[in-house]
Design a binder for this molecule. Structure first.
Ligand code: SF4
Length: 349
């Protein structure tokens, strides 16, 4: 359960306090290309994403954002930098949340954004990045970067609170995993929902590792209400990575998928079978454990607590249900046959 005390509603999704951790991503195409944006949002939704963020860098993008907003139920966050007028226009265009860095706008303009968000009941994510650590804050915190980032965020937070605006999500991101974890541990006690992510985490493999360590460590401590697994990859990959992380931590329904690394005992094309089965189950939102193992030596033992398992044996696959062997299938038919068994299991709910 999250440490946050305040709930924030973003379209039809509520985060914070006792709510499930929501998965976010960001479109990687210009919102001016409506078809490409919609295509990414639709794939994101099918993959199990909850909240999509869109960059809104200029006024033509606001008009495009409005058009996209009209075509989807997925909660949309307008990502704004520098120009307060874009934030106000995006709110009026139907944004379910806006994301700003308060350090990028003057106080007077920030107040205009706050007033507009309040009038429209639109929450704001206020974020600071480690790259923009403020020199005064650094001095006030004796050179401690984590304390300085938290200090900066607190200053902004106080400003919102003095204007009686608490419909907030907080985020402090860093490319440095340790730093990111440390800062979020500091701000977790403030009660607001937190958006977690390792910023600019890199390509798929490197990004998965950094995000899993950083976001995973915090989630294990009950910190975090929404996550973005930032990857230099298709936004859908970010959703599958976030889902796998949340399922692994028991924070979301989904298939727990187990497959072995294979070794000299394996007599079947296990990687191909495992990939096909994983692709078949990855969009399912039910709690089952599926195991795809390479041999009969360790396979049965290792999939004994799986709801369904298959293990290679002399060029064939042996199927297991709750650890009990129940049939053997030629490897060329095994994947399709196993999918039917998965359907029987999941349709029985
Ligand atoms: S399940 Fe069998 S094939 Fe797979 S790693 Fe273990 S011993 Fe090797």
């Amino acid at each position: 359960m999250s440490k946050s005390k305040i709930q924030v509603k973003i379209g039809n999704i509520t985060i914070g306090a006792n709510c499930p951790v929501a998965i976010q991503s960001m479109t990687s195409v210009s919102v001016l290309d409506k078809d490409a944006t919609m295509e990414q949002i639709e794939r994101f939704e099918r993959a199990g994403g909850d909240i999509m963020r869109i960059a809104v860098p200029d006024m033509p993008s606001v008009a495009a954002f409005r058009a996209v907003r009209a075509q989807t139920r997925v909660p949309l966050v307008a990502d704004i930098h520098f120009d307060y007028r874009l934030a106000i226009a995006a709110i009026e265009a139907g944004a379910d949340k806006i994301r700003i860095n308060p350090g990028n706008v003057s106080e007077a303009h920030l107040d205009k954004i706050i007033d507009c968000a309040k009038a429209n009941a639109v929450p704001i994510r206020i974020g600071v990045n480690s790259g923009s650590v403020n020199k005064d804050a650094l001095h006030a915190c004796g050179g401690d970067r984590c304390e300085a980032l938290a200090y900066s965020l607190k200053q902004y937070l106080r400003h919102f609170e003095t204007r009686n605006f608490t419909d907030l999500v907080l985020s402090v991101k860093s490319t440095n995993v340790r730093e990111c974890v440390s800062i979020n541990r500091i701000i977790a006690d403030w009660g607001y929902p937190l958006h977690l992510g390792i910023t600019e985490a890199g390509l798929l493999n490197q990004g998965l590792v950094k995000n899993s360590i950083g976001i995973g460590s915090l989630l294990l401590d009950g910190i975090g209400d929404t996550v973005r697994v930032s990857l230099t990859a298709d936004p859908t990959e970010e959703v599958y990575a976030a889902k796998d992380m949340l399922v692994a931590l028991g924070l979301r329904n989904g298939i727990t998928f187990v497959s072995c690394p294979t070794c000299g005992r394996c007599s079947v094309n296990l990687p191909a079978a495992a990939q096909q089965i994983y692709d078949y189950v990855k969009d399912m939102n039910v709690n089952y454990k599926i195991a795809v193992m390479g041999c009969e030596v360790n396979g049965p033992g290792e999939c004994s607590d799986a709801d369904l398992g298959m293990a290679g044996a002399n060029g064939k696959f042996v199927f297991f249900k709750k650890g009990q062997r129940y049939k053997t299938v030629d490897s060329q038919y095994a994947v399709e046959e196993f999918k039917k068994e998965i359907d029987k299991l999941t349709n029985a709910d």
